[in-house]
Design a protein around this ligand. Structure first.
Ligand code: ATP
Ligand code: MG
Ligand code: MG
Ligand code: MG
Length: 481
């Protein structure tokens, strides 16, 4: 059943509309919630209702929420299922229906509406949630061996140290049932994909850590649109779905490479561009402009990573002949073309988005070119020192790191250029420098959780953070003061 991404989104919303849900628009990527940097889940716009701070307007709602999860940036292109930008389909109950309906509808949607074979579906429940286990097993009829009991880390949602919380239950699709029933690991990306997460908000966690039942029980769910599209379109990964692939095709045209024939590293780079371009366009459309702090830093980092990745793939200038030109706007146009059913506002903001991208790219390319000059100088020096000492020419890890960190110079490019001149790079000391930086940025993160699994992201107590280099990949969270 090859359903388009647009059709899947619509069918999800229609399915829940037919079951009494009010269809509401996606909220902005810039959340109203001041404790959160970016919108990471569909529930965020309803958090005040779930917390009992504002009364509900309707008992049930469903949305398709655009989300950004920068904590998944290292997974992009490397796992088959993670993007930084994705759409989360969600159905919500505000003190209305609970576990039984949520489970039955999720199953009906998956098997009848989307036609997934029941024997390919695996379930996870929280280890102590006997009620959920019983509904899946006795009422839905899922055999016990396909229901996995998982612990707190995976299957218990909290929104903080105290307050509403509860167990989750997830649905996974099995791409390789022939691999058998022993040693099954639902986290195995090559075999399974988690596509639907149901959160049963049924407790209030009190100061002393005990769980008391909530009077008003809520349902919060998330179904990854690209993941469902990946399953139904029968492609290898989320990037090859019709929601993302046209951007990748455009990038491969500009780079003059064929995605199908490309090796794994080129493929990964094309996927990174496909993902980052969407994140960039939707962030700017929601008013997040490149800067050195907060959300602006997130978008700047994504932009620079996309440019760098494009250069690694061999895209020069605008990719279509103008060496002084910019290629991000060309890719952004593709994203904008695909945006109609994701966010109709994007098209009205197109020219602003394109202008901003062009300016940011041209500016960054100047820095990169300064780096090229510096590299040239460093190589000349290395060669003459080697000649004087009768040693082999080598560039220090410190210099390679300076190029990387300050001039945005990927070490792959440094290596390639150096190679052409017969200069090697001290990769061991480069790795040491990288590790130092990683450790430093991690130390800065210890108080910061950009994304709490399955829930809200709390970014209280985060100081302004300077732009520390152009590409620290870890989940640096920075908020505007
Ligand atoms: P995973 O374990 O695969 O990282 P998750 O448990 O972190 O997923 P949830 O927080 O439960 O994800 O979000 C609900 C749903 O949103 C997931 O079941 C999945 O379908 C989708 N989703 C989550 N993160 C991503 C992502 N980075 N890219 C695409 N879809 C995602
Ligand atoms: Mg998970
Ligand atoms: Mg989950
Ligand atoms: Mg995750």
């Amino acid at each position: 059943l090859p359903a388009s991404g647009d059709a899947i989104r619509q069918r999800f919303l229609d399915f829940y509309a037919a079951r009494g849900h009010k269809i509401l628009p996606s909220a902005s990527l810039v959340p109203e919630d001041p404790t959160v940097l970016l919108t990471i889940a569909g529930m965020l716009q309803f958090k005040p209702i779930f917390l009992g701070k504002v009364p509900r307007e309707v008992p049930r709602a469903a949305t398709s929420q655009r989300c950004i999860r920068t904590n998944d940036i290292e997974n992009v292109g490397r796992t088959s299922r993670h993007q930084t930008f994705f759409e989360m389909l969600g159905n919500f109950s505000f003190g209305d229906y609970f576990k039984q309906d949520a489970i039955k509808w999720a199953w009906e949607l998956s098997t009848l509406e989307f036609g997934l074979p029941a024997d390919r579906l695996w379930i996870s429940v929280y280890k102590d949630d006997d009620e959920a286990f019983a509904i899946w097993h006795n009422e839905v009829g899922v055999p016990a061996h396909r229901i996995k009991k998982l612990g707190e880390d995976d299957n218990f949602w909290t929104s903080g140290a105290t307050g509403p919380c509860g167990p989750c239950s997830e649905i996974y699709y099995d791409f390789h049932p022939e691999r058998g029933l022993s040693d099954v690991d639902l986290g195995d990306d090559a075999r399974f994909i988690e596509f639907y997460n149901l959160v049963f908000m049924q407790y209030n966690k009190t100061e002393d850590g005990s769980l008391e039942p909530l009077k008003q029980k809520n349902i919060d769910t998330g179904l990854g649109l690209e993941r469902m599209a990946r399953i139904l379109q029968n492609v290898e990964n989320n990037y090859e779905t019709d929601l993302i692939f046209p951007i990748i095709e455009k990038a491969s045209n500009l780079a003059n490479v064929s995605y199908t024939l490309a090796d794994e590293s080129k493929k990964t780079n094309l996927k990174i561009i496909g993902d980052h371009m969407r994140a960039i366009v939707y962030l700017i459309s929601d008013g997040v402009f490149p800067s050195n702090i907060g959300r602006g830093y997130v978008v700047r980092r994504l932009i620079r990573r996309a440019i760098r990745t494009g250069r690694l793939l061999g895209i020069k200038g605008d990719g279509v002949g103008n060496l002084e030109g910019a290629f991000l706007p060309i890719l952004a146009e593709e994203v904008i073309n695909l945006s109609t059913n994701i966010d109709p506002d994007v098209k009205t903001r197109a020219s602003r988005i394109l202008v901003e991208l062009k300016r940011e790219e041209l500016r960054f390319v100047l820095t990169l070119e300064r780096g090229e000059k510096l590299l040239e100088q460093l190589l000349t020096d290395a060669l003459s020192i080697a000649q004087e000492n009768g040693t082999l020419p080598c560039l220090s890890g410190k210099d390679a790191f300076l190029l990387y960190d300050t001039y945005g110079f990927p070490v792959e490019i440094t290596t390639e250029v150096a190679d052409e001149r017969g200069v090697s790079i001290d990769m061991n000391s480069f790795e040491v420098e990288m590790e130092n930086q990683r450790r430093q940025s991690q130390a800065a993160h210890n108080t910061v959780k950009l994304a709490v699994e399955d829930g809200a992201e709390l970014t209280e107590n985060i100081p302004d953070t300077e732009f520390l280099g152009y590409d620290t990949l870890s989940t640096k969270a920075v908020v505007e003061g």
